[in-house]
Design a binder for this molecule. Structure first.
Ligand SMILES: Cc1cc2nc3c(=O)[nH]c(=O)nc-3n(C[C@H](O)[C@H](O)[C@H](O)COP(=O)(O)O)c2cc1C
Length: 142
């Protein structure tokens, strides 16, 4: 069991624009790659759901920074487990799943939510955190 997976949820302090999101992901990609940390950040209705995976010390250090970031609040850790298989083994950094605009017309938002639902449903979850992470996402969009 060589790595940990950690999940949390939070909501943006102010209305987030795409540029703000891209800034976070650019920084996350840089830092996480250096630390061999991978994961997924989902953005939906101004809230975040993230799964981080990597060496425990590195994941904890990144999460400590994230917790204290004033751009979001109510950071609630969901789950932490040990595993030897990453969900995102092909991409160190931070993958992002988000609607192209939070002001999408309703029908396009429905399409985004449907795609998010499918992603959560069909991802091959094999650990407790992966299952809970995708369950949480499904709860939020149903
Ligand atoms: C929702 C959210 C997710 C974030 N995810 C990451 C991440 O995966 N990796 C990372 O290094 N920083 C992430 N950040 C940014 C950190 O909170 C923090 O700003 C950054 O690590 C600061 O790094 P520095 O102290 O080296 O400048 C995230 C911030 C937010 C609001």
């Amino acid at each position: 069991m060589s790595i940990v997976q950690l999940t949390y949820g939070s909501c943006a302090t102010e209305k987030f624009e795409l540029d703000d999101l891209y800034k976070i992901v650019a920084k996350a990609n840089k830092t996480n790659q250096l630390k061999n940390v991978s994961g997924l950040l989902v953005f939906h209705e101004n809230c975040f759901y993230q799964i981080l995976e990597g060496e425990e010390e590195k994941v904890n250090a990144i999460f400590d920074k994230i917790k204290n970031d004033p751009r979001h609040h109510d950071v609630k850790m969901g789950c932490k487990n040990y595993t030897d298989k990453r969900l995102f083994e092909d991409h160190y950094g931070m993958s992002l799943y988000y609607p192209s605009s939070e002001d999408l017309p309703e029908d396009q938002m429905d399409t985004f939510e449907e795609a998010l639902y499918k992603l959560s449903y069909f991802s091959k979850s094999s650990t407790v955190c992966e299952v809970k992470f995708f369950e949480k996402i499904r709860d939020k969009i149903i």
